[in-house]
Ligand binder design. Structure first.
Ligand code: FES
Length: 512
């Protein structure tokens, strides 16, 4: 789990992802020595595992390298909606990219649903995969036209879309765009079974092996890890945010965002469908079969990672919102997730950068990682096999053009980064005696910024809060009891261990 023990006292529910609690643990070995494979895949989430399986099916040998345990990162904290309805995106894509590239995005995500369904069937995976309609619904009169326009744009791209007046959720709504024949599943039961297909015939999975550096030299790539080195013809970086940026400047082209999930029980059967509102903050709904009866997952309340706010408020507001919609019998689970959002909302999938044609990236899924991650696996498999992917263009990492809105985004990002690097957000306040059990703060101790956390037993944990990625100052996340970097989303435990990259080195003790 990605938090300090006892995180978020006084908050509703167990601090645990339902998926992680109900899936078996893995114990793949660490990398035992230097190794060669056709392809090295760094990252054991849905993108990495699916890519490895598709490549192995195509006759390649694959080495999957995972810093912790496979599927326990972002994939373990998703709401696991398997849909091409990504809130409101198609109208915007058509306007920004034109119909042909907007259709690539639509087709890629629809095809991803089909691939997941086929893999479930082919490998007989018991993961509660079930087809359901997906809705983006208007919570206000003002949004009605937006969802109607989204339905029109989506239908024009060949998606199974319709505008509907009736939304089968309680409370007042103002119509929705509805996609037929979408799906949901238990993401870890799916992924772990899929992963079990990888070892053998020259392919392997290595856990507890952190990749530190990638080199791409004359058709021969090396991945140096904290143990040994993997040599391969191609490398896929499927680590959510790339720990290796090359000359791609991804750090300036994405922003990290956190969102929250509660697993609740209600008195009535949850309606047929998966749901999200059109407005901000997000209100997302789905149900899940569980022992003790149906569990309802309500999510949303997103914000930029590392914002100087009491993150516990997001859980509280989510609970308040859930109770305003349903009489809630109990809140059983709570967890949070991190996502990256690109400048134009479309992921970066393809070669990392000029001169790095054998290193591939897949990132920036904007909270729609089940289908975009699977589409990434399909696209990268095609590319590694030397085939043309029909969807490569819309996702191309080098598509970036400096149009006005993008310039504004970059200017904003640079301004924000300057503030964070200067530590203007994480200002030191108070002294050691002011830090209560369960609290974290930046203090100025002996002239140095020091991240202090006092645990429930009163022990003090101190770190140098300067992020080891690019030097921003990490902020305290009260809900998860972690140090989170606002610049590119690296996250650390109270003792400085890396929980989430791009950082590959932990926070050192104060003064180092
Ligand atoms: Fe890049 Fe912290 S994650 S500076």
């Amino acid at each position: 789990m990605e938090h300090g023990s006892g995180a978020g006292h006084g908050l509703p529910g167990r601090h645990e992802s339902f998926w992680m609690e109900t899936a078996p643990e893995t114990s793949y070995p660490p990398l035992p020595g230097d190794l060669e494979a056709d392809v090295a895949v760094v990252g054991g989430g849905i993108t990495g595992i699916t890519t490895a399986v598709l490549l192995k099916q195509a006759g390649y040998t694959v080495a999957v390298i995972e810093a912790d345990r496979i599927s326990r990162g972002v994939t373990g904290h998703t709401t696991a909606k398997v849909t091409s309805l990504h809130r409101l995106i198609y109208r915007e894509l058509v306007d920004r990219f034109g119909g042909s590239r907007a259709k690539q995005y639509a087709d890629a995500n629809q095809a991803a649903i089909g691939t997941i369904a086929s893999l479930v069937q082919e490998y007989d995976i018991p993961c509660d995969f079930i087809r359901k309609p997906a809705y983006t619904y208007a919570e206000s009169e003002d949004s009605r036209d937006l969802v109607a326009a989204e339905a029109d744009a989506a239908r024009s791209l060949g998606l199974p879309a319709a505008f509907v007046d009736d939304v089968p959720l309680p409370g007042r709504t103002y119509g929705a765009v509805r996609f037929a024949d979408q799906a949901q599943f238990h993401p870890l039961n799916y992924l772990l079974r899929l992963a079990s297909m990888i070892p053998g015939d020259g392919s392997q999975i290595f856990e507890k092996t952190r990749a530190l550096e990638v080199r791409d030299e004359r058709s021969r790539c090396t991945v140096r890890t904290d143990r040994w080195t993997v040599t391969a013809r191609s490398v896929v970086l499927a680590t959510h945010y790339p720990f290796y940026d090359g000359p791609g400047f991804y750090y300036a082209r994405m922003e990290p965002s956190r969102s929250y999930v509660l697993g609740i029980r209600i008195d009535e059967p949850f309606p047929e469908g998966i749901f999200i509102n059109a407005e901000g903050p997000a209100h997302s709904w789905r149900s899940q079969p569980a022992s003790g009866g149906e569990l309802v997952l309500v999510g949303g309340m997103e914000h930029r990672t590392g914002e100087n706010v009491d993150t516990r408020e997001h859980y509280r507001r989510l609970e308040e919102y859930a109770r305003s919609v349903y009489p809630v019998k109990s809140v059983d689970y709570r967890w949070s997730a991190q996502d990256y959002i690109t400048i134009d909302g479309v992921p970066y999938i393809g070669p990392l950068a000029d001169g790095h044609e054998n290193v591939y990236i897949a990132t920036g899924f904007r909270k729609w990682g089940m289908t975009n991650g699977t589409a990434a696996a399909m696209i990268l498999t095609d590319m590694i096999r030397g085939r043309q992917s029909p969807w490569a263009e819309v996702y191309a990492p080098d598509r970036f053009r400096p149009i006005a809105s993008i310039q504004r985004f970059l200017a904003h990002n640079i301004e924000v980064a300057e503030k964070y690097i200067g530590g203007a957000i994480s200002r030191p306040s108070g002294d050691l005696r002011d830090v209560q059990p369960g609290e974290g703060r930046i203090l100025m101790i002996e002239g140095r910024k020091t991240g202090i956390y006092r645990d429930q037993e009163g022990r003090v944990h101190a770190v140098n809060p300067t992020c080891t990625h690019m030097g921003c100052v990490a902020a305290w996340n009260s809900a998860e009891e972690t140090w989170d970097c606002p610049c590119h989303g690296s996250r650390y435990s109270v003792d400085g261990r890396v929980i989430h990259g791009p950082a590959v080195r932990g926070l050192p003790p104060p003064g180092e």
